[in-house]
Write a protein of this length. Structure first.
Lengths: 740, 121
């Protein structure tokens, strides 16, 4: 096979594998949750089976051997020879994990890590009933002719072969007597004999000496025996392989002719055939070729002849029809109830992600174009034309609808990500010796595909932390009056245009005293700093903070929660902590639904237009000239409803203009972080509120502090999208540096 | 006129592999995604041979074999099962249903063609 189309199929295989692995996990979870039905077990079995099939085709031996053993045990479960128990299900889960690893390794072109595989295979083997040896894995190399090796039933019929011509010494003498079933299974002697002739068979003859006289001939029974001679250098296995499919539907004899005198006599003595008067029919290759082109007519295919031929045959035929009838009525029944599934299956298509992204880009252009039109129309200062205004409004609405629909294409349920986390929980539990169960809620919550992908790492880290630092060991849990099994709860929900994901554990909660001590020790806070509980909790997100005294083999991988926080921020998300001593902690991630478009407020700083995400603004304030109080030359606060909020002068922080001296010239946007930390952005003016298309800066400019991205406005101008959190950090830095 | 083969398999990897392999040997190959799909396509495809997977959702390979054997027009065509099992029991079940022969996955081109030749000439 040429390699190119095969590579293409390989890509399909990996795609298919990821779907199959998902089905596999779903099924296993359903089984674990006590929803084990025949359908689930079958689906699980089929998934493993299909993986194995494809793996074999691509020579992925290790994958084949694990999936084979997995499948064997699943088959036992499927056929009710084996009951599942928690241990077995756990083994299944681990096997599924391994399959996933192996598929990934194959995809990356890595050599699979075979060490654990052997262990798994042995563990799985133990579930096979003792004494029954597992069939060897169907490794691709095993395509030897004897793979389906069979024992031929000894032929005890005498076809009068004594009369046969003497074959060359050592040549194979093949005698093949088909049974009627052979034809009923769609096989045909002519084709088999044709193959023998291609292999060099000579002296091919058909004898019919066992046939009764015409009046007693049952029409369905082939009273024929074929004889052929093959050169001795043809391996016997090759000859037998030709008859592989029909071995049970015929009598077959392959034997080497004994060395005899007169071996060169290729003639034969015809034997008498009573009815036809024809002695023997000799088949030459040429004649066979003609036969081969005719359709597979079988002796059983002629009902009229048969009816006339012999009443006995007719009754036999009737019997057959009767037994066939109840079966014949069966297929519509089997098919109908599942017809719905068909329409469901065919209502999805697979689309290349690039095509969707191109569409999304185009929609982005459309949004820009639409706002350009609206703006252009306004600036014309024409008399109000109702039709045109309506048309523009409709266009805006349509653009938004199209955009929502396209975003929905990119949106995917978060379930696969959650399922991946269950593996993390399992592994973390094993590594720390803690008993953990994962509870997931809102698996159907849909979120942008890219966000899901980029969420995997931070979420993995948070889950590991929850198990490693959050949960207590079983003994300690029992001491505190809890169940010995800890629970990590993973929840996803849509809330006001964002997706909120919670990672909650029912562990000991954050040890605030210790956190505080460490923060002081590491110089993150001063000794006498007055911090609220929430502020202490959020110290965990500070760069350079790590509570683990020694690096454990789990969460301590040199990645702190600050990295988690940053990667979530890069997705336009926020993360916060709530913790209650003795009851556990909740980490909340809030994410935008999409990375492509957002609702923003267009603001002005000097002559620059900027955008602040609406979701980050709580309130807009037009301050009086004296509302802002300067604590130091670089630090000022504003009093909002009895609370002092630090003011960030955006124009100054971004280097657009010097500090605003008269607050009355500006406006203030009040913003709040997930942790409840408020800040006031001081700007020069607010223009309007509209949907903007987010264009990343990273590709061209890298990470710009205080700027999240940019957008193109309707008039073609570019506006910076502000990163409020980044601005906060910027202002802290500038304050510290000026203080120093 | 080239011979037409209907390949039924729920794995798209397998469908593609079989199709590619057989098409390169001059057969016309049509594919179906499962047993129900396969039986529905019989009249359209008018196959000279059916190759079917055994483990499939909705209607499995045994169902396909039974369905083909009951078909008014195509009840005599050869049917090969495509299976990863070389287990005798499975083959027996397929034979009982009326299968002509079997191909064990993973297959290579030669193996596939030899099997087809035996039933199709």
């Amino acid at each position: 096979m040429s390699s190119d189309p095969l590579d293409e199929i390989k890509i399909v295989f990996f795609q298919e594998c990821s779907e199959l692995l998902e089905e596999l996990e779903d099924g296993l979870y359903a089984m674990r949750d006590g929803e084990e039905t025949d359908d689930t077990v079958n689906a699980v079995f089929r998934a493993v089976h299909s993986i194995k099939g494809g793996a074999g085709a691509f020579g992925l031996d290790v994958l084949v051997s694990v999936s084979h053993q997995f499948e064997t045990v699943l088959d036992k479960v499927r056929s009710n020879q084996l009951e599942t128990d928690p241990d077995l299900l756990d083994l299944f889960m681990r096997s599924a994990d391994k399959l996933q690893d192996l598929v990934q390794a194959a995809k990356d072109g890595r050599d699979p890590d075979a060490s654990e595989c052997d262990e798994l295979v042995v563990a799985l083997k133990a579930y096979e009933s003792p004494g029954e040896a597992a069939p060897p894995p169907a490794a691709p190399a095993a395509a030897a002719p004897d793979e389906n090796g069979f024992q031929v039933a000894p032929l005890d019929l005498d076809f009068g072969l004594d009369d046969d011509p003497t074959p060359a010494a050592g040549n194979w003498q093949v005698t093949f007597t088909p049974h009627v079933d052979l034809y009923q299974r769609g096989n045909d002697c002519c084709r088999l004999i044709g193959i023998l002739i291609e292999m060099g068979a000579t002296n091919v003859r058909l004898t019919t000496d066992t046939a009764p006289i015409w009046s007693e001939l049952p029409a369905e029974t082939p009273f024929m025996a074929w004889h052929a001679e093959l050169p001795s250098d043809v391996p016997e296995a090759d000859i037998r392989e030709v008859f592989e499919f029909v071995e049970d539907d015929c009598d077959l004899k392959v034997e080497a002719a004994a060395a005899q005198a007169g071996a060169d006599d290729m003639g034969f003595t015809p034997t008498k055939l009573d009815i036809l008067g024809d002695d023997e029919v000799e088949f030459t290759p040429m004649k066979l070729d003609i036969d081969l082109d005719t359709p597979a007519d079988t002796p059983a295919a002629e009902p009229e002849i048969e009816a006339k031929a012999e009443p006995e045959a007719e009754s036999k035929k009737n019997e057959k029809v009767e037994t066939a009838k109840p079966v014949a009525a069966a297929p519509p029944k089997r098919v109908e109830p599942k017809a719905e599934a068909k329409s469901e299956a065919s209502s999805t298509i697979r689309v290349d992600l690039n095509r969707v992204d191109r569409l999304i880009n185009l929609i982005g252009e459309l949004v820009i174009n639409q706002s350009m039109l609206a703006q252009g129309f306004q600036s014309l200062s024409m008399p109000v034309n109702q039709q045109l205004t309506d048309g523009l409004n409709d266009l805006r609405q349509l653009t938004r609808d199209i955009q929502d629909s396209v975003m929905a294409i990119r949106a995917q349920p978060i379930k696969p990500l959650f399922r991946r986390m269950s593996r993390i929980v399992r592994e973390s539990g094993e590594a720390t010796g803690k008993k953990v169960q994962l509870v997931t809620e809102g698996e159907g919550t849909e979120i942008d595909k890219t966000i899901i992908e980029r969420l995997s790492d931070p979420l993995t880290h948070m889950i590991r932390n929850a198990v490693d630092h959050g949960l207590e060991g079983p003994e300690k849990r029992i001491e505190s009056g809890k169940e010995d099994t800890g629970t990590v709860r993973l929840t996803a929900v849509h809330r006001s245009g964002r997706v909120v994901i919670e990672v909650a554990d029912d562990g000991a909660g954050i040890n605030r005293k210790k956190v505080r001590e460490i923060a002081v020790e590491k110089g993150l806070i001063s000794d006498d700093a007055e911090l609220t509980d929430s502020e202490i909790d959020h110290l965990l997100f500070m760069p350079g903070f790590s509570t683990a005294k020694e690096v454990s083999n789990l969460s301590g991988r040199g990645v702190g929660m600050d990295v988690v926080k940053r990667s979530i921020q890069n997705l336009g998300g926020r993360v916060s902590i709530e913790s209650e001593p003795g009851k556990g902690s909740v980490f909340t991630i809030s994410l935008p639904l999409t990375l492509a478009v957002m609702d923003g407020m267009i603001v002005r700083v000097e002559d620059q237009l900027m955008v602040v995400s609406l979701s980050e603004i709580i309130e807009t304030i037009r301050p009086s000239a004296t509302a802002i109080q300067h604590l130091t030359p670089t630090q000022s606060v504003i009093l909002v409803r009895g609370e002092y909020v630090p003011v960030i002068d955006v124009g100054y922080e971004l280097g657009v203009r010097p500090r605003l001296t008269d607050a009355g010239d500006g406006v203030v946007l009040l913003s709040e972080t997930e942790a409840g930390e408020r800040s006031a952005l001081l700007l020069d003016g607010i223009l309007d509120q509209r949907q903007v298309v987010i264009k990343g800066l990273e590709d061209n400019y890298g990470d710009v502090p205080g700027v999240a991205a940019v957008t193109i406005l309707g008039d073609g101008n570019i506006a910076l999208i502000l990163d409020v959190d980044g601005l906060l950090r910027l202002s802290e830095q500038s304050r510290l540096s000026s203080a120093a | 006129m080239s011979l037409t083969i209907l390949a039924i398999d729920d794995s798209s990897t397998m469908r593609r592999l079989v199709k590619m392999t057989l098409a390169s040997c001059g057969y016309d190959v049509e594919v179906a995604e499962d047993g129900v799909d396969g039986l529905e396509k019989l009249d359209d495809v008018r196959p000279d041979l059916v190759i079917t997977d055994i483990n499939m959702p909705r209607l499995d390979g045994f169902g396909v074999i039974e369905g083909v054997r009951r078909h008014p027009t195509y009840n005599k065509i050869p049917i090969l099962t495509l299976t990863t099992e070389s287990a005798a029991e499975l083959k027996q079940r397929a034979r009982d249903a009326g299968a002509s022969g079997w191909i064990v996955k993973p297959f290579d081109k030669d193996k596939l063609l030899r099997a087809i030749k035996r039933v199709l000439g």
